[in-house]
Design a protein around this ligand. Structure first.
Ligand code: SAH
Length: 251
């Protein structure tokens, strides 16, 4: 069996209980070394074979995992955050399906959740935004035109941008062209939940300068929107005058 496991955003104790147990039992671990905290590997058995996929191709990853799984070994493919977000797991699962190799997915805490925690923020504030857009700037991986930052920005919702911290000038331009005011609050969260985590609060117009001044060009998320400001309405759920299935309204 092969287990795709989300390692969480960084901190060693932000892997799930299930993910940690799978690592403890693994005979083979292939981990995404560019972003997975290597401290997670300390959970593995002394004789566990460990591979860093950062320097491997999809084919090489398969050459390690498939024979191991076919000879009854427990294999963990350790991805950063949650594997469903920019994890490149679909192409691996399709090959395993074709070869008849069984696998399961163990979710993880995505870095966008780690970033909200670092910011002490709520992405979905009443009367501000009830939608979170997770996206990225086009890089070597293209983004469909209908999902360009400019097009998505037209919603004025909360946005969390992955894989974009090296192109902040262009990102700000696109956000503003799409309809955000240049002074809209924005934040850069570097290495959320790692010991070296850093949070920088600025505006859309100030993103590039803030990143340059602090030497942030990778392993960061950009968050944008009114959720970083101070105007919002309190929730209906905990409003005394609001009745629901679990509580009567206060008369
Ligand atoms: N599957 C991962 C995302 C992988 S894409 C997840 O769910 O988080 C890699 C990008 O994620 C990085 O370029 C960066 O934008 C972001 N990222 C991953 N870990 C991060 C962290 N701890 N802090 C800030 N950004 C992070």
């Amino acid at each position: 069996m092969i287990h795709f496991v989300g390692a969480g955003p960084g901190a060693e104790d932000l892997i799930t209980v299930r993910g940690a147990k799978l690592l403890e039992e693994a005979d083979v671990v292939v981990y995404a070394g560019s972003l997975v905290n290597p401290a997670h590997l300390a959970r593995t058995k002394a004789d566990c074979a460990i591979y860093n996929s950062a320097s491997m191709t999809l084919e090489q990853v398969m050459e390690v995992m498939v024979p191991a799984a076919q000879t009854g070994k427990q294999v963990v493919r350790l991805h950063t955050g949650d594997p469903s977000i920019y994890g490149a797991i679909r192409e691996q699962m399709d090959i395993l399906d074709a070869k008849g190799v069984p696998y399961e997915v163990c979710p993880g805490v995505s870095s966008f959740c780690g970033a909200a925690a670092a910011l002490r923020a709520e992405y979905t504030l009443p009367n501000v935004s009830q939608t979170v857009i997770l996206s990225r700037m086009a890089g070597r991986t293209p983004v469909p035109e209908r999902e360009s930052i400019r097009a998505l920005a037209a919603h004025g919702s909360t946005m969390v941008l992955f894989l974009s911290s090296g192109m902040l000038g262009k990102l700000a331009e696109e956000l503003i062209a799409g309809g955000y005011a240049p002074e809209t609050p924005a934040a850069i969260v570097y290495k959320a939940t790692w010991p070296e985590e850093k949070v920088f609060r600025t505006t859309i117009a100030g993103l590039e300068q803030m990143a340059n001044e602090n030497g942030i060009h990778k392993t960061a998320l950009i968050t944008v929107g009114g959720f970083l400001g101070n105007q919002y309405e309190r929730s209906k759920l905990y409003d005394p005058s609001f009745a629901h299935g679990c509580r009567e309204a206060d008369p």
